[in-house]
Design a binder for this molecule. Structure first.
Ligand code: CUO
Length: 624
């Protein structure tokens, strides 16, 4: 079978899932491997944060992963599609496609086309359906996306960030590449530093969000802190087509309540136990043995414990703080389920970034990681220095040097693969974008030999909301990674140029359903890492009309000491910073986020900087 034929068989599985009926394949007609499935009913909203949902989904993805060969795999998928919950099917079948060896080269279609109702406001989808009824023969339709609020709610200014289709798709995809329940012993592949990546990728999303908040004139978020606090209101404007119900809104002033599955007290207990572990420097595994939170593994152990994942050292004792938090926040409006309401967007990885509480909640989680980082020694000058290497100058090359222009762009999303419509129907939507630019880095090598450097590029606002210069230790929480790359440095003077499109945090291209149908992007080099990554159009914050002041930080460290097992494979290694690398360990030995992952005593860049670093003032200017 050719790759293209395989891809076609995969695509059919993911088409028109919003129109499946409740009817299930009876038990006696099923493949015996699929007997214990179908617990979560069709039409309910699947949540990969909910313990029971996740258990069933794990059972399914492991079964699909173990299918004997490609035909057997497709056969199991076709049956599973007739049995299990729609969202669960997509989650489990995607995890299997992304990881099976005989699916290398194949792609899962974008989640925004499988379930457009998770991305596009209900008003717009309804309009598209109405237009579909009046479609003239062979007419292609385009509908404009609706706004989900107005500026009476100041948070609406961030809608472009929270509702960005590809940002949400990135988050969904990241959780497919790093499922909480990943069992290396069953799947045969180790996800290196998965707990640490959970911490880092989410820390970065929060930092990015704050940079954009400051860009639009809002203050940085106030972290969620106390389980009893009253919450801001939120309305998603999404209606689930599999259930017919809205993703629940959250009226202003509600707070978290006990659910049938988990109580507030348990959450508080778990938090205390985790913090105690952090303060004592060790946690207890499920045999009561002390596991030290050492410099090398501590953050990874904590990431697994707090999420929690299969790698959690002791779920019985430390619970599942982060995951249940998502579920509790998604159910504040109907905590005991008496109204049979849908949960809100927080219960799903493809929708949760829409809600302002997502960031505040993840900052609360991040604060626990920061508490741990604060217990480690601060980096010494020796740890920061790269002897004999210095950076003399860095410039952003764009239309105007050291100014990056941002603007709103338009794009279209095809609905007709996710929703049964009579022909092509696209939604026209807007997203932030920026001009392409490059970094020009002047580096001196004062030694007599060629050196190899890891270049680390970060960006953060220079001033706080009131226009005061941010002290470095505060600014470090805002530094977003723009790129990290390896480059040789020969003797003497070097000019190194790197394009913004080469970024190690962004994904290069996600192929649409139609492109995959036409065989575009079907390539044997495709792996799960190919579609993981932050969208390129969101690489830099929006900035403001005047031109907002940022500092570009570039640091070069000794690659000989950083790198792991040689270079990562060049196949789909374009978002390694947030997604890791295929068949390899995470390709940088330094802690993720280095050197901003630990508190900094120095107040200013000049007190902090060693010769192998540079801070450059740049501006980001937004035009409408
Ligand atoms: Cu990705 Cu909480 O884990 O959103």
């Amino acid at each position: 079978m050719t790759l293209k034929e395989k891809q076609d068989r995969i695509l059919v599985l993911f088409e028109h899932l919003t129109s499946l009926t409740k009817h299930q394949l009876p038990e006696d007609q099923r493949d015996p491997r699929l007997h214990d499935l179908g617990h979560l009913h069709r039409g309910e909203l699947f949540s990969c944060f909910h313990k029971e949902h996740l258990e069933e989904a794990t059972h399914l993805y492991e079964t699909l992963y173990k299918a004997k060969n490609f035909d057997d795999f497709i056969h199991l998928c076709e049956e599973a599609r007739q049995i299990v919950n729609e969202g669960m099917f997509v989650y489990a079948a995607s995890v299997a496609v992304l990881h099976r060896d005989d699916c290398k080269g194949l792609a899962v279609p974008p989640i925004q086309e499988i379930f457009p109702d998770r991305f596009i406001p209900a008003e717009t989808i309804t309009q598209a359906m109405k237009d579909d009824h009046h479609r003239k023969e062979h007419e292609d339709l385009v509908v404009d996306i609706e706004e989900t609020g107005n500026i009476l709610n100041p948070e609406q200014r961030l809608a472009y960030f929270r509702e960005d289709i590809e940002v949400n798709a990135h988050h969904w995809h990241w959780h497919l590449v790093f499922p909480a329940t990943w069992r290396p012993e069953v799947m045969g592949k180790v996800k290196d530093r998965k707990g640490e990546l959970f911490y880092y990728m989410h820390q970065q999303m929060c930092a990015r969000y704050d940079c954009d908040r400051m860009s639009v004139g809002l203050q940085r978020m106030i972290p969620f802190q106390n389980f009893e606090e009253t919450l801001e209101g939120y309305s998603a404007h999404l209606t689930s087509l599999v259930s017919g119900l809205h993703y629940a809104s959250r009226p202003e002033g509600l707070h978290i309540r006990d659910l049938n599955d988990v109580s507030l007290q348990e959450m508080e207990r778990w938090r205390e136990r985790i913090l105690e572990g952090i303060n004592l420097g060790h946690v207890h595994d499920d045999h009561g043995k002390e596991v030290e939170l050492d410099e090398e593994h501590g953050i990874d152990i904590l990431g697994a414990l707090i999420e929690s994942s299969h790698e959690s050292k002791n779920e019985e004792y430390y619970g599942s703080l982060h995951n249940w938090g998502h579920v509790m926040l998604a159910r504040v409006h109907d905590h005991d389920g008496r109204f049979h309401e849908n949960p809100g967007v927080m219960s799903d990885t493809s929708t949760s970034l829409r809600d302002p509480i997502f960031y505040r909640y993840h900052r609360f989680i991040d604060n626990m990681f920061q508490e741990y980082k604060a217990s480690l020694h601060h980096y010494t000058k020796t740890e920061l220095t790269f002897p004999e290497i210095s950076i003399s100058h860095v410039t952003i090359k764009a239309k105007v040097p050291n100014i990056i222009h941002t603007f709103m762009a338009t794009d279209e999303l095809e609905l007709s693969h996710g929703i049964h419509l009579d022909g092509s129907t696209k939604v026209k939507y807007h997203h932030l974008n920026h001009e392409a630019f490059s970094y020009e880095i002047q580096v001196e090598n004062h030694s007599d030999t060629v050196k190899h450097g890891t270049f680390r590029v970060f960006l953060a606002p220079k001033y706080d909301e009131l226009g005061n210069r941010l002290i470095l230790n505060e600014q470090r929480r805002l530094f977003i990674e723009l790129d990290k790359f390896h480059h040789g440095i020969h003797k003497g003077h070097n000019t190194i140029v790197r394009n913004s499109t080469e970024s190690s945090v962004t994904v290069s291209k996600i192929h649409t359903f139609n492109e995959l149908k036409a065989g575009v992007g079907v390539d044997e080099k495709n792996t799960e890492y190919c579609s993981c990554g932050w969208p390129q159009h969101m690489l830099v914050p929006r900035g403001n009309e005047k031109g907002m002041d940022f500092q570009l930080f570039v640091m070069v460290t000794d690659w000989e000491g950083d790198h792991v097992n040689g270079e990562p494979s060049l196949i789909c290694a374009d978002a390694v910073s947030y997604c890791g690398a295929r068949d390899h360990k995470y390709p940088d030995k330094k802690p993720m986020g280095f050197p901003f992952d630990r508190p900094i005593d120095a107040r200013t860049p000049s007190q902090f900087a060693t010769p192998n670093m540079s801070f450059t003032d740049i501006r980001i200017q937004f035009s409408h």
